[in-house]
Design a protein around this ligand. Sequence first.
Ligand code: KG4
Ligand code: ZN
Length: 390
Amino acid sequence: MPDNPAAEVEFPVTVPPKRAGELLVLGIETSCDETAAAVLSGAGSDGGHAPETRLLSNIVLSQIEEHAAFGGVVPEIAARAHVAALDGIIKAALQDAGVELPDLDAIAVTAGPGLIGGLMAGFTTAKALAFGADLPLLPINHLEGHALTARMTHGLAFPYLLLLVSGGHTQIVLVRGVGDYERVGTTIDDALGEAFDKTAKLLGLPYPGGPNVEKAALAGDGDRFPLPRPLKGTDRPDFSFSGLKTAVRQAAQSVAPLSEKDVADLCASFQAAVRDTLSDRVGRALDRFARDYPSVASPVLVVAGGVAANSFLRNGLEALCREKGFWFVAPPLALCTDNGAMIAHAGMERLLAGLTPDPEAVFAMAPRSRWPLDESATPVVGSGKRGAKA
Ligand code: KG4
Ligand code: ZN
């Protein structure tokens, strides 16, 4: 398989809409533990301004219960669950939107990065549907879906900064245009959501860990345990969370057996360390953006990914943005976490930008478990090693 099949096959082709002025795109997402499909209607874009879109349906089936007993996502179980659910979810998305397959202008499907079994289930289904209905198939990078969501929800113009904090990725991305991304910073080990999940596990809190750590922290004292602020003060806005998780383990061992109060204090201290670290790392990226784009009058930071649900961290980021003169944009949570709408939207942006791939090459291509958004970024040892969630 070539290094970047989608990049290789891309060439501009214009797809004329079936209805005057309106394009309809079905989006399919199966890269981790959500089986999702959505139909998006859209029109017009001059490449800079966001297209005008209407979300006609958005169906997300979470597999959390299937994986909870194992304390994390089990790839084999995820792939089987996608296969079992996909047809029904796609049918429901079309029905909810009041459209039928031949009404569509294109099908967009996540082609990576993620768990290969789930990606294959989604990609194969999308290929079959597109082939049967004679529709263009758009292979979408899942991270591009996250990166462009705020154009659908807030109509943002380029450029802007994105902080993606999920179970599988922690990155700061400079979004310059459709297909034009620069990874400004990344984790050099664990993703932030992963650090939350592992911290929860070692403190005996249930899966998924993030929301439970946040809840426990509400009753805790964030100053009780002095935990490290990894990479704080370094020049490149990268992240590191595995040492923090180890420090939580050591702090827990030092006071074991743990009382409810100990757990609350450990969670609060962990969150305080994360908030400080995010402010420092993201703060540097904001400074750099302000320096590089002095003509952008209202610079924007967008957050996406499951960890963006955390109010304590959000408040910290909001305060940072206020201090630095940035607009803080958080799409509604349902569109921040994995969904089909963001894939449909990325497909729509690509259609409107004339970035439609050669059909024969798409049908010959295979999905990729690893697929960096910024192909020119130097690989960072250990980053995204789980490759499961994005
Ligand atoms: O984006 P997402 O739903 O799925 C992918 O990773 O693709 O993110 C899930 C991650 C999990 O690690 C979960 O623990 C974390 O987001 N998360 C949270 C919160 N809600 C979900 N982390 C911290 N605080 C939360 N309230
Ligand atoms: Zn994701």
